[in-house]
Design a protein around this ligand. Structure first.
Ligand code: 5GP
Ligand code: MN
Length: 349
């Protein structure tokens, strides 16, 4: 077995525990967070393909559906969507021996699956890069300093000594997760080992350019028009606070035949304006209002998310939700901005 040049990260005790739990289990479930993104699916499907090859019965279950531009990923057609059939979902959660909790730190992030996963008789392994992980799992591998959960899955496989046997599909999924959680390696990605890992993935013959195109150059015409509309008619810049807001009502989205995932990435655009350190996107969803925050530099947008919107996430990418009207949420947001005025004005990119 040839060693890769990647520095071991996961501690020996956890590694041994994961190895044993995988060995002892024949029926494995991989779970990830609501509105799964590239990293959620990349880490889950990456591990899925790897464990399948080891002859395990493996399934991936997510709380709700995922965007169309992630459907190219191999295995995505087999993903179980809990919301579509909760009874069948509960049954599977009850019958498995081992549950992986990937890319989420607390049960709340898997929505209606949470109580079932918490009460399952299966052992649980949490692998994640969000701060403040739930400690109740049997193994907790939490590295908030790392780019993505997909990177952690790579490191896990590597540390288990299984890089050589890693297959093409796993490599593709892991690359996708690392790419999407770093905005195509434009943030959170200064660790030189990220590029060593990419090099090792390329050796598995992944086509990284095609993966980029599949994710970022695959939108509908309507989505592009919705972006134009949003920037022109639904954007507010708070110059003195180095902040920007975009917001979309249900009606706005319907005008452009909204499809799940169409607004993915919108929140990043205002950060390309000079001196903006904080960008917020407020979007009316089916039965709640979804809020996304992004920041650049030392402004901790997860603090803002947790203080005003019961949310959380990373320092530079976080989110929250609100149950009420758009008018209320905009008011809370603007009051919040005023409270954070000093922090915003002194933030450095
Ligand atoms: P996004 O804006 O892409 O939905 O979410 C960005 C990041 O914020 C996610 O990776 C996740 O860490 C975090 N996040 C989003 N929504 C919520 C939420 O409602 N609660 C918490 N705790 N974190 C969230
Ligand atoms: Mn992630």
């Amino acid at each position: 077995m040839l060693a890769t040049p990647i520095t071991p990260l996961i501690d020996e005790k956890n590694l041994r525990h994961v190895r044993d739990l995988i060995l002892q289990s024949s029926n494995i479930l991989i779970t990830t967070h609501v509105s799964p993104d590239g990293d959620a699916l990349g880490s889950s499907l990456g591990l899925y393909h790897h464990l399948l090859k080891r002859g395990k019965k493996v399934r991936v279950m997510v709380p709700n559906s995922f965007p169309y531009f992630l459907k190219w990923m191999k295995g995505s057609e087999n993903i179980l969507i809990f919301e579509y059939n909760p009874e069948a979902g509960k049954h599977i959660i009850d019958e498995v021996d081992l549950i992986f909790c990937l890319d989420y730190n607390i049960p709340k992030r898997i929505g209606k699956m949470a109580t079932h996963v918490q009460n399952a008789h299966a052992k649980r392994i949490l692998i994640d890069h969000h701060p403040y992980p739930e400690k109740a799992c049997d193994v907790v591998i939490s590295h908030p300093e790392k780019s993505s959960t997909s990177e952690l899955i790579f490191r896990l496989i590597d540390q288990l000594g299984e890089y050589e046997s890693m297959n093409h599909a796993t490599a593709e999924c892991i690359y996708c997760g690392m790419m999407t959680d770093t905005g195509g390696f434009t943030y959170n990605s200064n660790d030189p080992e990220i590029f060593e890992i990419i090099s090792l993935l390329l050796k598995k013959k992944i086509d990284k350019d095609a993966i980029y195109s599949n994710v970022y150059n695959n939108y509908s015409k309507d989505r592009f028009l919705l972006l134009g509309f949003t920037l022109l008619h639904r954007m507010k810049i708070y110059d003195e606070l180095h902040s920007a807001l975009i917001y979309l009502s249900k009606e706005d989205q319907n005008q452009f035949k909204y499809n799940k995932g169409d607004t993915e990435g919108f929140v990043n655009y205002p950060l390309s304006i000079k001196d903006i350190v904080f960008s917020t996107f407020i979007r009316e969803d089916e039965d709640y209002i979804k809020i996304s925050f992004r920041s650049q530099g030392n402004f901790a947008c997860n603090e803002f998310a947790s203080e005003f919107f019961n949310g959380g996430g990373h320092r530079n990418a976080s989110g929250g939700e609100y149950y009420g009207t758009m008018k209320e949420v905009l008011e809370i947001f603007e009051n919040g901005l005023q409270q954070y005025a000093q922090k915003l004005q002194s933030s450095k990119r």
